[in-house]
Design a binder for this molecule. Structure first.
Ligand SMILES: [Cu+2]
Length: 129
């Protein structure tokens, strides 16, 4: 009389264990789905305009030649202890006088050659794609 009851109990226990494993698997699956939905694609460059820095240091524009996309900003930072400026080859545009540590932001419309009107040997070029 007792034996069938025990057997039943064992089967029930086994079923319960199986259910527990199954629900844990579903939980992991759900977790995986949630995380894969929320994750943003990697190795993708952020879109939109960028800021490209040109350092003015030791009487040089560095990098002296850069290529940027239309809409990008050029940021000139004067790290020398004296003033410089950024002047377009034909004076189509010119930065204000940049004292030590000053910086100047500029969104160029087109490619240009430029120089420093205070030190004519300082030259640079940027290409706007
Ligand atoms: Cu200069």
């Amino acid at each position: 009389m007792l034996r069938p009851y025990l057997k039943d109990l064992i089967i029930q226990k086994h079923k319960y264990k199986k259910m527990k494993t199954l629900s844990f698997t579903s939980f992991l699956l759900a977790l995986f789905l949630i995380t894969s939905c929320n994750s943003t694609p990697r190795n993708e460059e952020p879109s939109g305009p960028k800021t490209v820095t040109i350092t003015i240091e030791q009487m040089k524009f560095t990098p002296a030649d850069v290529t940027i996309n239309k809409g990008d900003t050029l940021l000139f930072i004067n790290k020398d202890m004296f003033a410089h400026d950024v002047t377009e080859k034909d004076k189509a545009w010119q930065s204000p006088r940049l004292e030590a540590t000053d910086n100047w932001k500029f969104v160029p419309e087109e490619s240009a050659d430029y120089y420093c009107s205070l030190h004519l040997i300082m030259t640079g070029h940027f290409t706007v794609k």
